[in-house]
Write a protein that binds this ligand. Structure first.
Ligand code: ABU
Length: 475
């Protein structure tokens, strides 16, 4: 193999397979290291810059040099796959999904046409069909994978806008004031997307929640009535299934009824909570979702496949096309549009996120996912009970799903999280519940056991003991 930096084009072809094999070896070493070093040493941006080779040089470098730099980079990156990563709504590693995802760039499909993607376009339909079925949608449901829940929520607002104001796509708002409605605890993408689609951030109504973090239906109805009276055009009601901090499920049935009564597009942001439908015991959390017009559901969260895997599904077909179809003579040249998902996508080039979900679902089956969700829910209850039984902790709310929110009595939650990060013990985040800064622990890694939960709580208490008294009331 010619590793010289001036390798000719044919030589580059010859060595093309080797870095891929080397990447497999790096991946194996990285995975083995997860157990020995579940938390990579914390280093500041300045320390990282000094210790890593981040430069891109004019004349390039050998394959070995670049692969070495890649391995060093991997070793210095926060480990999101270990049992000490509680910082986000994803954690852990599903080996079969990871393997399938590693093949995606090797095959390098672009998911816009059957001509370019062939059976991969069919795989996406199979996975979306499976998700739609689990949601209780019929055969006619339609959808695709997006870059993330934020973009799925954007699609919902876009469709809602075009349903409420069919001329918007061509002519703009023409002086109309459009409005949308979501929980005060909804994901921040709702607000951002209201700005993007022309509704306007100030016209995104934040509906108050009850003590359990669920939208209160009466203020929702009131907000819609007030807006109609003021001449606004309500275009989307969004229920959140699994809020980011408390994991709360909005009352989907009631919100859906209100949306239908006023003829407004009804979207359920189940990016986090969607997996609940896979559990026999807990699918009631999603009751009413079968009535939604659209749903966002991210398998990269509770289903544990690598990022990103975000499904957007409509109960009826054609809505995506109506809001997104454009002529592109150079692209859409053949085949039934059923298998040309580019006609329904916000993107042109699109990576194949369906493949890893398909492989994982094919391996685990519905049964495996049911067990996974129930294991995580059981661990969450175990964790919450331990916290509630120990007067050194304060449980902030009963867990609705797989999030546990709590404080260490008399100690600052933010300082505890910072301390654990700086001591390379654990990555965990903080948020606000009911005016208090709390520690948020999402239990989403299926490799976790009761022993891991015990250890996590002991580490948090240990940090609390070493820190001075602190306050969590938010001003
Ligand atoms: N989209 C998820 C928000 C990030 C997190 O809290 O994990």
């Amino acid at each position: 193999m010619d590793n010289s930096k001036n390798a000719s084009v044919p030589d580059m072809d010859i060595c093309a397979g080797d870095p891929i094999r080397m990447a497999g070896e790096i991946a194996s070493r990285y995975i083995d290291d997860d157990i020995q070093n579940p938390v990579n040493p914390f280093r500041s941006p300045a320390e990282l810059e000094a210790s890593l080779d981040l430069d891109i040089r004019e004349d390039g470098e050998t394959v070995e040099q670049v692969m070495g730099a890649l391995e060093n980079l991997a070793s210095a990156t926060p480990r999101t796959t270990s049992t000490r990563f509680y910082n986000q709504l994803f954690s852990g590693r599903d080996p079969i999904a990871t393997a399938a995802d590693m093949l995606s760039p090797v095959i390098n499909s672009s998911m816009y046409t059957f001509k370019a993607a062939g059976p991969m376009a069919m795989i996406e339909r199979v996975v979306i069909g499976r998700m739609a079925n689990a949601l209780g949608f019929g055969e006619q449901a339609e959808g695709l994978f997006t870059p993330g829940g934020s973009i799925s929520n954007l699609l919902a607002l876009l469709i809602g806008r075009d349903m409420a104001c069919p001329e918007f796509r061509n002519k703009g708002s023409m002086g109309k004031t459009m409005t949308c409605y979501a929980s005060a605890d909804a994901h921040y993408s709702i607000m951002k997307n209201a700005g993007i689609v022309g509704i306007g951030r100030e016209n995104a109504r934040k509906i108050p929640t009850d003590d359990a973090g669920r939208v209160r239906p009466d203020p929702l109805r009131q907000a819609i009535e007030d807006d109609l009276r003021d001449g606004c055009v309500p275009c989307c009601v969004i229920a959140t299934a699994g809020t980011t901090v408390m994991g709360s499920f909005d009352p989907i049935v009631e919100m859906g009824k209100i949306a239908r009564e006023f003829g407004i597009w009804f979207h359920v942001d189940a990016s986090f909570g969607g997996a609940a439908v896979l559990s026999t015991k807990h699918s009631h959390l999603m009751e009413g979702v079968e009535q939604a017009d659209s749903v966002a559901w991210n398998p990269h969260k509770v289903m544990g496949v690598p990022l990103s895997a975000a499904g957007f599904i409509t109960r009826e077909p054609e809505y995506l096309r109506r809001s997104l179809d454009e002529t592109a003579d150079y692209l859409f040249q053949a085949d039934d549009d059923l298998y040309n998902p580019g006609t329904r996508s916000i993107q042109c080039g699109r990576r194949n996120d369906a493949l890893k979900v398909w492989a994982a679902w094919k391996h685990h089956g519905d049964t495996g996912y049911c067990q996974r969700v129930e294991h995580l829910m059981e661990l969450t209850q175990y964790c919450a009970q331990k916290i509630d039984d120990d007067n050194r902790f304060v449980l902030s709310c009963e867990p609705a799903y797989v999030n546990v929110c709590f404080e260490v009595n008399g100690k600052c939650s933010r300082s505890i999280c910072d301390f654990l990060r700086e001591r390379n013990e654990m990555l965990v985040g903080h948020a606000v519940v009911d005016g208090r800064r709390i520690i948020r622990v999402p239990i989403v890694n299926s490799a976790l056991t009761r022993a891991d939960i015990d250890e996590m709580l002991a580490l948090i208490l240990g940090a609390g003991e070493l820190l001075p008294a602190g306050e969590n009331a938010e001003k």
